[in-house]
Ligand binder design. Structure first.
Ligand code: 2BA
Length: 107
């Protein structure tokens, strides 16, 4: 068994959870915060058999869209003459980790 940890946008979470459920896959949603943007995102924990990994990846690819976002760079304290234009970054569809599960039990 594998544990898939997927960080996705809050906006895509409903669609992803719906598609996982329709395919008989379990998931736990955690409300998380990205360390760079400091804005909310969602982290899904999914314990899946290896033969279902492709299905999980297909669902994540189909339902989590990447998007462009403008961010402004805050000037250092005291440097009020420093004005930086907003910078465009691409926030990914899904950031995914897959780890081995040593044991899975429901007690
Ligand atoms: P955030 O840390 O809020 O990052 C949001 C987006 O900001 C990133 O999108 C990336 O496009 C940009 N970004 C992040 N760090 C940057 C930097 N030092 N300089 C310039 N741009 C930067 P994604 O790469 O798609 O990441 C989306 C979210 O996935 C991240 O939100 C974070 O919550 C998570 N994530 C990404 N890589 C990770 C990693 N290696 N470990 C843990 N979490 C990760």
């Amino acid at each position: 068994m594998k544990l898939v940890i997927a960080i996705i946008s809050d906006d895509d979470c409903g669609e992803v959870l719906g598609a996982l459920s329709r395919n008989g896959l379990n998931a736990t949603r955690l409300s998380t915060t990205g360390g760079f943007l400091r804005s909310g995102n969602s982290t899904l924990l999914m314990g899946v058999n290896e033969d279902k990994l492709d299905t999980v990846f297909d669902i994540l690819k189909e339902h989590s869209s990447s998007r462009k976002q403008m961010i402004s760079v805050t000037p250092p304290l005291g440097a009020i003459e420093f004005v930086s234009p907003p910078v465009e970054i691409t926030v990914g569809g899904a950031t995914v980790f897959v780890v081995d599960v040593e044991k899975f039990v429901k007690l």
